[in-house]
Structure formats: structure tokens, C-alpha cells
Design a protein around this ligand. Structure first.
Ligand SMILES: Cc1cc2nc3c(=O)[nH]c(=O)nc-3n(C[C@H](O)[C@H](O)[C@H](O)COP(=O)(O)O)c2cc1C
Length: 342
């Protein structure tokens, strides 16, 4: 028997009639079952043709299709719909275009205030326990860099950033459930779903290429895929300024780790927030080592998946953090488009 079920990842314009047919495929459905649901006693060949058409449009999944979107069933429809329908954003070839549009928008609709002021009695806070040392410096000096020197990133510094951000720090067990790992950032349910893949194009002591970072052994595994600075704008949504950096880490959740513990859509939020934690740890560590970090959400999931050999359903890019060497002349504007204090 060939079974079909509805799929979540397609972008296709549908007629109301086709939606009504998809509505009759809530779970694995045979051709005969569909025929009976549509026109009891009708022609089985018509139902088979219909399913073949829906399958060719990517609207239904056939039993045995790989990778299987059935893995997302528990996070369907809310999280699955959000995740797949927001994949591969459309980014303008000229990345400055959006800012020029926003200048026009600001003239008509000024942006909301960046801070909130609540009326009421106020208690001035005094930092009687000031933070000092490396953490204080890293917190104060962290900026998103878009101006880099041509110097390569030392492999040893990149290794420390990977170690402090993505390496397993310790292992534990949850009674009756199994092993968990802990890292420097918190993770919902200690599921640590996010794998790190490194694209290196200007790292001293490391061949340009794509690597998987093994957080258990602190090793880079060469994926044997060519990467050069020229590939970066295409992968990172035309953001040409990042090709001056030396390496980028593509954070890719293995969703099953979080889904195993949390079988409801809301847990998708923990995956996104986990990525944010890792991004900040990455940036602070990089700054503490004198590197120039950046993070970006503007990238092509599909192109990165193809490069890294990921299926895009069970594991896919969700956030990118990178490093270069700071441009000493960047002054108060290492991120180009706003001057701090300006
Ligand atoms: C979730 C997230 C997504 C971001 N995406 C981009 C991006 O696509 N491109 C980019 O140049 N910067 C990106 N940034 C960096 C922000 O633009 C930057 O943090 C912001 O301008 C504040 O500047 P600062 O990081 O120097 O304090 C992103 C930051 C975050 C937290």
C-alpha cells in the first residue's frame, strides 16, 4: 500500500477545492481511502492521479520520502508552518536598499522610542559591586563588526571561541531518560540542539573550507567542500562587508533533540533562544580575544544546506556568527551604519 500525508514545507498557490482535498489527508491515507473520502465508489485511478499531482507539487508526502517532514508532526501546525514558511528570505542584491527605504519611512512614520519611560517613584541604582576584568571589557566593547583588517584570524583564537561557545563542558544523566550535556550557555531542557559548522576563508593555520565542529572532541571535521571569500556574499544574502572577516559559524539545530523532550510547538521558541545565547557567548569570547565578531540572520538556508550536506528538515541553519580581525581605523563605527555615541 502506498500511503500519503500532507506536507508542511511547500509554497504553492492553491484553489479552495485543493485545500478541501488536503483537508481529507489529515494522516497517512491510501489511494483507496482517499477515493472513498472524495467520491465513495468512484474511480481509483482518479484518486491516484490526484495524489501524484499533489505529491509533485510538494503538497503531500509519500511514505518513504526522505527526509521526512513527518518528523515535524508534533510541532505542527504552528511551529512547523512558521519555520518552513519563513525559510529563505528574499534579500535585495543591494543590501543598502532597505536602509534607504527606512530613511523615507522614518520621515512619514518615525520609529518607536528605543527605551520605555514609566511614570512613578524612582530609585537611583548605584553599582556598589562593579563588574571588572575581562567580562566587563568584553561586555562593554562588544559590537557588530562590518569593517575588518586583511589580517587572517589565528586558528588558535578561533579554536578558543569554538571551545568556549560550543564545546561540551560536562556530561550528566537524567534518571531514566539518558545523557545530557552542558555547555557555557543555557539550553532549554539541556537539549543543546545546535550543531556548529565552520566556514573558514581567511584563518591562519586552517585551510579554507567547510567543517563540522565536533563539540564532544573539540575537533574540526573537514567536509571537503570548497569555500572562498568570493562565496560569502552569495551565502550571506549579499552582505559583501562580511567577506572581509575570516570565518563564520553556521548554527544548525538537530530539532529531534528538543522535540524528543518537548512535543509541542512552543518548544520551537527554545531552539531560537538557545541560538541567541550561543551568539552572545560567541561574541563576548571573540571580543575578549581581540577578534571582531558579527552575527547575522540574513543568509540562504538552502544554499548553506547544500554546502554543508544538510537535509534542511531534520537539521538546518538558524543563525550565523562570524569573526574577523578588527579594522584599527573603524573608530566609533565598526558596524558601519551607526556610529556609537553619534
Ligand atoms: C538576531 C540578530 C540578527 C541580526 N542580523 C543581522 C544581519 O542580518 N546583518 C547584519 O549586518 N547584522 C545583523 N545583526 C546585528 C545587528 O544589526 C546589531 O546587533 C545591531 O545593529 C546593534 O549593533 P551592535 O551589535 O554593534 O551593538 C543581527 C543581530 C541579531 C541579534
Amino acid at each position: 500500500m502506498v500511503g500519503y500525508r500532507w506536507q508542511t514545507a511547500g509554497h504553492v498557490a492553491l484553489t479552495a477545492e485543493s485545500v478541501a482535498i488536503l483537508d481529507r489527508l489529515p494522516d497517512w491515507t491510501s489511494v483507496g481511502d482517499l477515493r472513498d473520502r472524495l467520491t465513495p465508489g468512484g474511480d481509483i485511478a482518479d484518486a491516484a492521479d490526484l495524489l501524484r499531482l499533489l505529491h509533485s507539487l510538494g503538497l503531500v508526502e509519500r511514505d518513504g520520502d526522505a527526509p521526512s517532514n513527518a518528523e515535524w508532526m508534533e510541532w505542527s501546525p504552528a511551529a512547523a508552518f512558521f519555520h518552513f514558511s519563513t525559510k529563505n528570505g528574499r534579500f535585495p542584491a543591494d543590501f543598502g536598499q532597505r536602509d534607504r527605504e527606512l530613511v523615507e519611512k522614518a520621515a512619514l512614520h518615525p520609529q518607536p522610542e528605543p527605551t520605555k519611560r514609566v511614570e512613578g517613584s524612582r530609585t537611583p541604582l548605584v553599582n556598589t559591586v562593579p563588574l571588572e576584568g575581562t567580562l566587563q571589557t568584553a561586555l562593554t566593547e562588544r559590537r557588530t563588526w562590518r569593517r575588518f583588517s586583511k589580517q587572517p584570524v589565528p586558528a588558535a583564537a578561533l579554536a578558543t571561541v569554538l571551545d568556549r561557545t560550543f564545546r561540551v563542558q560536562a556530561r550528566g544523566r537524567v534518571a531514566g531518560q539518558g545523557e545530557v550535556v552542558v555547555k557555557t550557555s543555557p539550553s532549554g531542557g539541556s537539549r543543546h540542539p545546535i550543531e556548529a559548522y565552520v566556514l573558514a576563508w581567511n584563518v591562519e593555520g586552517l585551510n579554507a573550507g567547510a567543517y563540522h565542529y565536533d563539540g564532544a572532541t573539540h575537533e574540526l571535521v573537514d567536509l571537503r567542500r570548497p569555500v572562498s571569500a568570493a562565496d560569502i556574499p552569495d551565502l550571506l544574502a549579499h552582505q559583501t562587508y562580511f567577506l572581509g572577516a575570516g570565518a563564520a559559524v553556521i548554527m544548525c539545530p538537530v530539532f529531534a533533540r528538543t522535540m524528543w523532550r518537548y512535543g509541542h510547538s512552543r518548544a520551537y521558541r527554545t531552539v531560537l533562544i538557545d541560538a541567541g545565547h550561543l551568539g552572545q557567548t560567541f561574541c563576548l569570547t571573540a571580543v575578549a580575544l581581540g577578534l571582531a565578531p558579527f552575527t547575522t540572520m540574513a543568509f540562504s538556508e538552502s544554499k548553506l544546506e547544500a554546502l554543508l550536506g544538510l537535509d534542511g528538515v531534520l537539521e538546518c541553519p538558524i543563525y550565523v556568527a562570524g569573526v574577523g580581525m578588527p579594522d584599527a581605523g573603524a573608530g566609533a563605527s565598526p558596524g558601519r551604519w551607526h556610529a556609537v555615541g553619534g
